[in-house]
Design a protein around this ligand. Sequence first.
Ligand code: WTA
Length: 659
Amino acid sequence: MSSTINTMLVEKRVIHPAPEFAANARISSMDQYRQLCEEADKDPDGFWRRLAESNIEWRKPFTKVLDESRAPFYTWFEDGELNVSENCLDVHLRNGNGDKVAIIFEADDGTVEKATYRQLHARVCRIANGIRALGYGKGDRAILYMPMSIEAIAIMQACARLGLTHSVVFGGFSARSLHQRIVDVGAKLVLTADAQRRGGREIPLKAAVDEALSYEGADVVEKVVVYERTGAEIQWVEGRDIRLSEVEAGQPEECDPVAVEAEHPLFVLYTSGSTGKPKGVQHSSAGYLLWAKTTAQWVFDAKPEDVFWCTADIGWVTGHSYITYGAMAAGLTQIVFEGVPTYPNAGRFWEMIQRHRVTIFYTAPTAIRSLIKASEQNPEHHPRNYDLSSLRLLGSVGEPINPEAWMWYYENVGGSRCPIVDTWWQTETGAHILTPLPGATPLKPGSCTLPLPGIDAAVVDEAGNELPPGAGGLLVIRRPWPSMIRAVWGDEQRFRTGYYPEELGGMYMAGDNAQRDEDGYFWILGRTDDVLSVSGHRLGGTEIESALVAHELVAEAAVVGRPDATTGEAIVAFIMLKHPAAGDAEAQKIADTLRNWVASQVGPIAKPKEIRFGNNLPKTRSGKIMRRLLRLVAEGKEINQDTSTLENPDVLKQFTGVY
Ligand code: WTA
């Protein structure tokens, strides 16, 4: 859909790893990369077995690597047993690293708090014991609706310790969205905070939980645990609500990790797909952990002395794989940040890198673009004014990074010294798939470069035939890999049709368009479905449409994305009202009402940037809304293609007013 990256055809810059970087890297040459690829291609089972044996501590060793008998429902290391939290915490205590700092937490107001692996382990054990005392454990599900905090990470780890499947809901989603996820996953337990602090503001969380639990079907929830973050006044439901401090109180600082089967669902994370309802992406324990840890080590070239900072929220998969699990399993010291990049000013990221001597910085293109803009407006907050000499590696994730932003990041943040790993992956892939290895891969700004060893990615046409260099097509992964999605929670059919369509004969379909260049490098062109990427947040166009149509004033709605210089894509809603607005002022008022409505139904992050009204929407003769044409209208482009298939060709002329 969006074509933010089609400058690639003229993008000829290639940046080679500096010899000093390569010399010390875990994977230090293209030869070494190719050797690993070859090992994996020749004997995939042997390759994954070797990694799983060396990177995971098993409670019960596995015998079989991959079981394909129920494809596409693949299983990995199925008869093995392990505990994920043990692999993230206890192993470091056993290896003499208990006093290493695990988390440096920086609050919105700048307060800093540190926890060593030993302290974190004790906290996780106390919480796990407390949750167990409430009566929950393996076989149950817990929903987390939490701010970025040591507590949230400790709760995720405590769930993993008990074999309690967690599902984290991003704090920017509304009570309605939260309710939908609580019901779908069947959570008996919800863990939240009174409120969260972001950008100097206090945003209530517990109130949204109360609202979510007042809707139909939410009575599956028995207990609500509340972390008192801000001391905000909240309502209290006796018998249901309990403070985190009470859950932990008096609990021992040891808690035996529960050994679970390799395939036991570690978590379910909801994400937007091509139909209205978000889908619960179910991940395993062993396969997921294996690739989250291995990629953290390879792609971030993790070293004991590194200070790693992934700026994602734990409500998204990046926060799961590279904060809660990958970074911890790799034994890194990491920054956890409560706030936003622009508060108290747009120098916050740079100031924090300077303050904590961050060595690896992993963020999203949208953040980079907004900080480029901010530093142009206010040169005081330009990265050159900060000491960023501690940095040795940069990363990008979540959406295509345009070559200009890439170069700015490379030169101004990385001092033309730090490689950038542009990592392509998805909630469904669990961990990195296409990415440079910083000590080996020559970089091209705007390309996520090459598949990791063991990953068989390709670009194919709609019949599954591999396409030659330069041809755009579907991005697929041909062989299964350990951290892949296991199921769409409670919906077998959706898993099959969504990811393994028959036409592709057993290949995983990512839902992205891509093309490869002459060197085999991948260039991501955008989604094939209506999934939008707004400020790096993955949102479903259909979900927003459904919300709009549910409003009493709206007859029909179509939502599309248009490229936006800062947020990647901006949401544009085309709306047919039941009764047309009587003039500009009323149209503006209705637009505001609808925006707030979307915020209440889906979340503030899903508010349309632009709303355009019309008396009808462009449709094919069979009644399908032509979103392709609306996209052109949204981009302000001339429509010079054939519109004869349109039932009502004149319809496109009316969407002139933008609200
Ligand atoms: C997009 C985020 C280009 C892509 C980890 C994918 C990217 C979707 C990149 C998944 C990248 C992610 N370059 N596009 N480096 N990384 N995407 O599930 O469209 O929130 O399908 O996972 O983001 O988003 P999700």
